[in-house]
Design a protein around this ligand. Structure first.
Ligand code: HEM
Length: 527
């Protein structure tokens, strides 16, 4: 309390001096006369020197007062070399992005600074946290106080548009979610006809003689085709007919996502730098989607399906801009996430014949028959392998929310990070599933290892969040799990072994979702 009073007095006195000095300098003559008794003490250089004193004491007073009022403790802070703008953080983040080890750098910082710490990004304080209890508050119990905002929102607005479900909050988000939801009712997700169509084409593209194939490329095409087929009733058919137009779209979309996500990680100032290639990529994506909608809405088959998201969008009278935004959101939701997970899984399986054997043993009960939805749910080991892949290589590996008001998080305060932490309105809080999902105190000493068996006994809630949680939890979760299990089963019904065809280590690019930098080069041998 004593230091709070000291900082209040220092802040008030410096403010009074600065304002009086400014008044003395800028007020017209009659008013300036009133200040005559203090005029000899009004030295402009002192006023200038007091500006940083005012900023420092104000900030100190703000934090001391709020920590007292909210019964919180100050959190740990990244040891900045530049404690004003935090340029050193941005340089380190940029180097980490270039070296593809940003997530590992963050792991190291969590290990040394604790599970929550503050850092500066171009003058703005951001909290990085790894605490399940904080994530529960952000995503669920105080959902309304933690909307999508800041650079996280700017990223999705630039690439997906202002109306995409990933960009909006409040009523617009509720309406968007309500419109998508019926697509994911149990009987639609359990209907494997659509999955089968695309998985068979995917299997058809894999060489039978063990020669090398970049599975990641095929997986991105397959998930794009199946998500558009499932959601819009009209597949992009990229796997079957890769045209110049589709490959231009893929490249443009990937570029736009990567650049905007990298900018988000570097901070708000990077958005001020114009980027013609980014603008061009966004326009290419928009044109592709516009042409796709035009073709899809003229397709007779579209009208035969029971519930189609695109059909509902068209019927709702939504503008073309609105429709385009929703479609791009589904592309990123439905294509990148599942393809990224499956790529990481097959990369690993190519190096783990013991896991392949367990999968093959489990699915042998099918006797070569294609699996039903019930079969897929009953394959415990297949599902544990997927769960373990999503733990180690969550495609939506980092995310953030912004405080809509002054608030408190349950963890992060005090040197040990165990006390509540005060968060001022407008603050961005970011988390990394790469670090959370590798916490040894939660997942054990072998948390860095791929060990599906851990899920035989491990029970988690807010410690494991590949699909996020709370009201904005992934709406496509069951669709994705069904699709991924179907792919795994059909691949190992078709092939006996998978081997690596690339000795480079597994590196991830960090876009809005992650993907394998060097692809997934493997060779399969048929049963
Ligand atoms: C392995 C697969 C997947 C993973 C790991 C995943 C992960 C996530 C995560 C973490 C979020 C929350 C994003 C945020 O709150 O900022 C999310 C939301 C969402 N996902 Fe997924 N997803 C997957 C597959 C899918 C699929 C296949 C679809 C659709 C076909 C889909 C559609 C969506 C949509 C529409 C949202 C927005 C929900 C909302 O804001 O209400 N996802 N997903």
């Amino acid at each position: 309390m004593l230091s709070e009073t000291f900082y209040l007095a220092a802040k008030t006195l410096s403010a009074v001096y600065i304002l009086t000095c400014a008044a003395h300098r800028f007020l017209p003559d009659p008013a300036r006369h009133q200040l005559r008794p203090v005029t000899p003490y009004m030295l402009p250089w002192v006023a200038f020197a007091l500006v940083p004193v005012y900023l420092f004491t104000s900030s100190k007073y703000f934090w001391l007062r709020n920590n007292r009022v909210h019964k919180t403790k100050p959190g740990n802070v990244y040891p900045h070399r530049d404690p004003i703008l935090g340029v050193d953080w941005m340089i380190s983040a940029s180097k980490g992005l270039k070296a593809y080890n940003l997530l590992e750098i963050w792991d190291g910082l969590f290990a040394s600074l604790g599970n929550s710490f503050w850092h500066l990004a171009f003058g703005k304080w951001i909290l990085l946290t790894n605490e399940p209890e904080n994530l529960k508050v952000l995503l669920s119990t105080q959902f309304e106080s933690w909307p999508i905002g800041g650079v996280r929102q700017t990223t999705t607005v630039i690439t997906l548009g202002p109306h995409a479900i990933f960009s909006v909050n409040g009523k617009e988000w509720q309406q968007g979610r309500a419109l998508i939801k019926p697509s994911f009712v149990r009987n639609q997700v359990a209907d494997l006809e659509c999955q089968d169509r695309h998985v068979e084409r995917f299997l058809g593209k894999i060489p039978r003689d063990g020669s090398s194939v970049d599975l990641q490329k095929l997986l991105y095409l397959m998930t794009m085709d199946s998500a558009t087929d499932f959601m819009f009733g009209y597949s992009t058919e990229m796997l079957l007919n890769p045209t110049k137009e589709t490959s231009e779209f893929t490249q443009a979309f990937d570029h736009a996502l990567y650049v905007s996500a990298s900018r988000a990680r570097l901070g708000w100032i990077s958005y001020l730098i114009p980027d013609k290639k980014l603008d061009h990529s966004v326009r290419t994506c928009q044109k592709f989607i516009d042409r796709y909608v035009a073709k899809a809405s003229n397709d007779e088959k579209l009208k035969e399906r029971p519930y189609l998201f695109l059909h509902e969008l068209l019927q709702s009278g939504a503008s073309m801009e609105h429709i385009r935004d929703q479609l791009l959101a589904i592309v990123i939701g439905g294509r990148d996430t599942s393809a990224s997970t499956l790529s990481a899984l097959f990369w690993t399986l190519a190096r783990r014949p013991d896991i392949v054997q367990k999968i093959r043993d489990e699915i042998a009960s099918l006797d070569g028959q294609k699996p039903t939805w019930e079969d897929l749910k009953s394959f415990r080991f297949v599902n544990m392998a997927l769960k373990e892949t999503l733990r180690l290589w969550s495609p939506v590996v980092t995310n953030m929310r912004c405080a809509a008001k002054d608030t408190v998080l349950p963890k992060g305060g005090g040197a040990d990070g165990q006390s509540p932490l005060f968060i001022p309105k407008g603050t961005a809080v970011r988390w990394s599933l790469h670090s959370l999902h590798r916490r040894k105190d939660i997942f054990g000493e072998d948390s860095h290892e791929f060990r599906p068996e851990r899920w035989e006994t491990l029970r988690t809630s807010w410690e494991y969040l590949p699909f996020s949680g709370g009201p904005r939890t992934c709406i496509g979760q069951q669709f994705a799990l069904t699709q991924m299990a179907y792919v795994v089963v059909r691949v190992f019904q078709t092939f006996e072994t998978v081997e690596p065809r690339d000795e480079r280590p597994m590196l991830h690019t960090l876009s809005t979702t992650t993907s394998l930098l060097n692809g997934c080069h493997v060779g399969f041998k048929a049963s």
